[in-house]
Design a protein around this ligand. Structure first.
Ligand SMILES: Cc1cc2nc3c(=O)[nH]c(=O)nc-3n(C[C@H](O)[C@H](O)[C@H](O)COP(=O)(O)OP(=O)(O)OC[C@H]3O[C@@H](n4cnc5c(N)ncnc54)[C@H](O)[C@@H]3O)c2cc1C
Length: 397
């Protein structure tokens, strides 16, 4: 079997890249380990994805945005950061003259469903589900994708989007930096009596972090970050006690809060591949960089990365050039890695500063927040960086 491109992994990044290839006239195959039902009808996984303006633009361009029910999208108009018991120290609001919202919150499973629907609406992308890629044999003129069971598929370009714990990345020989925070994120949907006013809250409390992301109606996604040893007791806590704990954590600001969905947990491990490419091989999505979710940039970066690669592939096609050439892949890596390195190490630095409760560190973070709040150019930079609302002249990408 021969294909122009083989994509490994049908998560949000792999599916987005497949969508970007729909009009290319290339023979594209996407291989996914899970069964057809779980990718066509993904279950709610508790993740609310904060999409930036740039992500919105990309999703519109690849024909996915209109497939997401607008009733499920919650605009984010304000974001507040608290430190301990102090009043809000850093505040971001929409500049009414320029943008309608800081970002848009959309349930992850709806994004995945829409991406899958878009891929299926086209005849040019083939999907192989229930299939595990076991290895990739790289070659100068073509590579081979080896499936569990022994079958081999020849292709000009392999694009691996097989998660932050990518097996294929390791098998291809790409070293990866891993940062295990020894923390767990517990996410759940909660109903509350009072309105959230489309404001996100991030409270760096002592020993744990709690965040609220405003969803549609009087519902919010609650994200607790706790050390691994405490996570089991919170996950198994009876609902009444859990509701009371969360209501109290927000000091009754939202009235009584009640859990609506189930509690999901995610270990906090961030990863960054040392290189994103090899011979006729590229990493995209979390397989290239698996961000700490605190700045809500994992999928946003994944979308940008696949967009960079897709544009280079389409350009090569228009000029009759090789879509898996070394030059093309180097250009992809250069463009994407500049952006991800800055975000990855910057985010890990922020996390280190905000989750360390040593007295000196607490003082430093208060000063940092106060400085950022009172110095408009810094606030403008952070805000632009997080929302990707404008092409930022100050940043190197
Ligand atoms: C709690 C939480 C909140 C988040 N919030 C945000 C947010 O607000 N904004 C944001 O931008 N991002 C956010 N993220 C990050 C975002 O969810 C991820 O970046 C995104 O899901 C990564 O997509 P992916 O396709 O790269 O990887 P994955 O979703 O991990 O998909 C990988 C796919 O590859 C398949 N696969 C793996 N190995 C193989 C194999 N050998 N053969 C075949 N198939 C294989 C898997 O089955 C899977 O379907 C959040 C993450 C978490 C945990």
């Amino acid at each position: 079997m021969k294909y122009d491109i083989v994509i490994i992994g049908g998560g949000p990044a792999g599916l987005s890249f497949a969508c970007s290839m729909i009009d290319s006239n290339l023979k594209v195959l996407l291989i996914e380990r899970s069964d057809a039902n779980s990718i066509s009808n993904p279950k709610d996984d508790g993740r609310e994805i904060a999409l930036t303006h740039l992500s919105l633009k990309i999703l519109k361009r690849i024909g996915v945005w209109e497939l997401i029910s607008q009733k499920e999208i919650s605009p984010l108009r304000e974001a507040k950061v608290f430190d301990g018991n102090s009043p809000s120290l850093l505040n971001f609001t929409v500049d009414k003259s320029s943008i309608e919202a800081l970002g848009y919150l959309v349930p992850n499973y709806l994004i995945r469903k829409a991406l899958y629907e878009r891929v299926c609406s086209s005849d040019s992308i083939e999907i192989l589900t229930d299939t595990v890629v076991d290895d990739v044999i790289k070659g100068e003129h073509s590579s081979q994708v080896c499936l569990k069971g022994g079958k081999k598929i020849e292709t000009k370009l392999v694009v691996a989007a097989d998660s932050r714990f990518s097996d294929i990345r390791r098998k291809v020989g790409i070293p990866t930096i891993m940062k295990d925070f020894s923390k767990v994120m517990i996410v759940t949907k909660m109903n509350h009596e009072l309105k959230h006013k489309n404001t996100a809250l991030e409270c760096f409390d002592y020993g744990q972090t709690i965040a609220l992301l405003p969803m549609v109606g009087n519902s919010s996604s609650i994200i607790l970050t706790v050390s691994t040893d405490k996570s089991n007791s919170i996950l198994s806590m009876d609902e009444e006690k859990f509701n009371q704990m969360i209501t109290d954590s927000f000091k009754g600001e939202f009235g009584e809060m009640k859990q609506e969905g189930v509690r999901h947990s995610y270990p906090l491990i961030a990863t960054h591949a040392e290189t994103f490419i090899s011979d006729r091989f590229a990493l995209i999505g979390d397989a290239s960089v698996g961000m700490h979710p605190v700045t809500a940039h994992g999928f946003n970066l994944g979308l940008r990365g696949q967009d960079i690669l897709a544009k280079l592939v389409n350009e090569a096609l228009n000029h009759g050039q090789d879509i898996g050439s070394k030059n093309l892949l180097k250009l992809y890596e250069r463009k994407h890695i500049n952006l991800t390195r800055l975000m990855f190490f910057g985010t890990n630095g922020i996390v280190a500063l905000f989750t360390n409760d040593a007295p000196m560190v607490k003082k430093v973070r208060k000063l940092v927040l106060q400085f950022a709040e009172k110095f408009p150019p810094i606030k403008y930079l952070i805000s632009n960086h997080l929302t990707e609302a404008k092409n930022n002249k100050f940043l190197p990408f």
